[in-house]
Write a protein that binds this ligand. Structure first.
Ligand SMILES: [Fe+2]
Ligand SMILES: [Fe+2]
Length: 203
């Protein structure tokens, strides 16, 4: 399947749950790792956009490390895919794209930080749910462990920074409201993908 189209649209018309059920265990793995890879690359782009806006030394240090982590995560998933003999599946309609369509363009630094918080929370919970499954091979487990540790750090510094900037700008109430709004949208969006992901993890 990956060689024919190299593109996956889940929860949409091109591919449905029945198609996923017919995939081989390895193709399922390649597709789920492609979802993770896509989310990491799009997360890296979010960080890249942020890096010109928070100019203090501490933020620059943390954002640069954070950006390098996200690109490394994309690499770790890409390498897992290559080790399985596959190539990354392009994901034009994945989690982050759907989230972006619903949220629109964040306005101001507090909103960009808020979006990053929600994306990090989702990455962490996806990886933890995957690691909790009984049938995970050792190589995948190792990648999941490495990325989850980083996501925990990302989440903690980015949320702290969001609160700090909101306080400085007198936008604390807005920060709470935006997080609540984004988390609700994240739950709605992820619900559209959850059945497909669960099927892929059944590999
Ligand atoms: Fe990541
Ligand atoms: Fe992250």
């Amino acid at each position: 399947m990956t060689e024919q189209t190299n593109e996956a649209i889940v929860g949409g018309e091109e591919r449905n749950l029945a198609d996923l059920r017919r995939m081989s265990a390895v193709d399922k793995q390649i597709l789920i790792f492609s979802f993770y890879r896509d989310a990491e690359l799009r997360g890296a782009r979010l960080l890249f956009n942020l890096i010109g806006h928070l100019k203090d030394a501490d933020s620059q240090l943390k954002m640069t490390k954070h950006l390098s982590d996200e690109t490394r995560h994309a690499w770790l998933w890409t390498r897992r895919i290559a080790d399985l003999g596959g190539s990354p599946v392009m994901v034009p309609d994945g989690y982050q794209r759907r989230l972006g369509m619903r949220i629109g363009v964040p306005r101001g630094i507090v909103e960009v930080l808020g979006l990053t918080v929600v994306v990090e929370e989702r990455a962490q919970s996806r990886y933890m749910a995957h690691a909790a499954l009984p049938n995970v091979d050792a190589e995948t487990r190792e990648v999941l462990k490495a990325v989850t540790e980083d996501e925990t750090w990302h989440l903690s510094w980015i949320e702290k920074k969001m609160r700090e900037v909101a306080r400085e700008e007198g936008q604390e109430a807005h920060a709470d409201a935006i997080l609540e709004r984004y988390r609700q949208i994240d739950r709605d969006v992820f619900a559209t993908l959850a059945a497909d992901e669960a099927e892929l993890l059944r590999a």
